[in-house]
Design a protein around this ligand. Sequence first.
Ligand code: ATP
Length: 595
Amino acid sequence: MNYNLNELQKKDKKPVFQELKGLVDAAGGEQRNLVVALLIMLLNTALNLSGPLLVGYTIDHYIQTKQFDGVLLFSGILLALYVVVFGGSYLQTRLMGSAAQRIVFGLRNAVFHKIQALPIAFFNQNKAGDLISRVNSDTDRLNQFFSQALLQFVSNIFMLVASGSFMLIINFKLGVVTVLPALCIWLFVNRLSPWVRKRNAANLESVGLMSGEIQESLNNFKIVVAFNRRDYFRKRFNKVNQQNYKTATGAGIANTVFMPVFSLFSNIAQLLLLIYGVYLIHEASLTVGLLISFFAYANSFYNPIRQLATLWTSFQTALASWDRISLMLGLSNDLEVVADGFSTGQGILKDTRGAAMDILEFREVHFGYPGGKEILHNISFRLERGKMYAFVGPTGGGKTTTASLMARLYDPLSGLVLLNGRDIRSYTPDERASRIGFILQEPLLFTGTVRDNILYGNERYTGLDNIAFMKIVEEAGLGELLAVFDKGLETAVASGGASMSLGQKQLVAFMRAFLRKPELLILDEATANIDTVTEQMLDRILDKLPSETTLVIIAHRLNTIENADEIFFVNSGEVVRAGSFKDAVEKLMMGKRES
Ligand SMILES: Nc1ncnc2c1ncn2[C@@H]1O[C@H](COP(=O)(O)OP(=O)(O)OP(=O)(O)O)[C@@H](O)[C@H]1O
């Protein structure tokens, strides 16, 4: 499955209305608050709009007739109206501000949980920096949208429609003359919107790329310093920064392109209103008070359009951000749990050698990484319970890939992997993880202590104090390994295990996997960085594993695989059974002699 978000983004184009609906749906439980805030806002707008009418009425009925009591009365009414509007605005801002924070809180959680639920292929195809940018910056843009832009947007549209209708009702012809220039604005906006949106999306993508670049250089700072290649990352960063500068400028221009057009047409409207309004007064079909009210309504009509121009930017950015977030939320893990076709009736295993003997079987497996060529070609082999297997072969031959399929980090393109005679895809992730222990070539440790890292994956011991936990560790025969760490279980681990040697990290990963007592333990070059004395210690510990545990060892050092019951050669995507260590060495020697 293609998990490359930037590629998917380009294909996934939805109509604005559908996007907007998705965005409002994302507000989840806050929709009630949104509706209340919307009602307050509508009431406020209506009150605001009645202001000019009251002013016009006061001019025509009290100022022109010099009845100052009436002027005072209407001034009082206007003041009360403005106070109510003020109270409403305050309430609405408070309501939306906190609702927006809760929406963003929920979205960040949803995005983070989604990332946790996706398969390794997703992480292979996306840069961590870009994902961080989606969790942090894109959700923050939605915060701005929900806390400010959304209500202002609706309020301005309401103001626009209401003041336009007022004008058409008060004097239809004058109303039409005043509203007409807005049509030109609409045509202009309509034509340019897709272009503006594209510019904003390109800008967000470049922000993601820049984060990716920063993250990569920070992750690899040791190599950067050791090779004195700071200029290499500087150049790469310069390139993405340049791209970001270009796209940001493009988006900036696109976002402000509407402004002068709005001003021009709003001025034209005022001019038309003045000319035609004076003509109507001259014809005695309009009063001076109503013309003044008309000017106020024309303002209330064109001002929102101008504000919508600014809000449109925020709106477009929010939609582009929502695109990026919703695309990720819509992804699913293609490593689904499926029904087991074998134990549920097809009976294929029944006529093969007793499934109880085999812990694992590969059956005609083909595999390639997403978007790449085939790496494993038609692989079939069986691993018996309680035996030790070694997978050897040249660099890049496919050993780690084979091991990854054993632990279902990926699914084959075709063929089957069976665990305990059952399709490995039919196990839930928990069941599978409890049966298979996998120590990776580059073990990853989390910030915390050695104890925290051993407990990761061994949650059942979490509640134990150090003494009780130490007892468990010693009973498992792992006590002597802890001597390598100056503060034992409490030795601090810095971010990513940067404060430890690779060998020490491998030991922690070993203890973590060993304590789980898996049925199948895969060690991928897990002892490559450990001295021979410690390696012998590990051998003694491995001997203490239950007799039914199967060991798969991937190694380059011959002494590591000497005791293997069976050796497999993995080369150019082929996995070939080579017999015992002695048989394998003989085959190797014969091969050399023949060549
Ligand atoms: N995540 C990945 N995406 C694409 N191709 C990959 C990925 N991981 C490995 N490969 C490719 O798959 C092939 C087999 O790699 P694999 O890591 O399985 O080899 P290996 O035998 O374990 O090598 P080594 O002894 O160096 O660990 C290589 O050609 C490698 O380039």
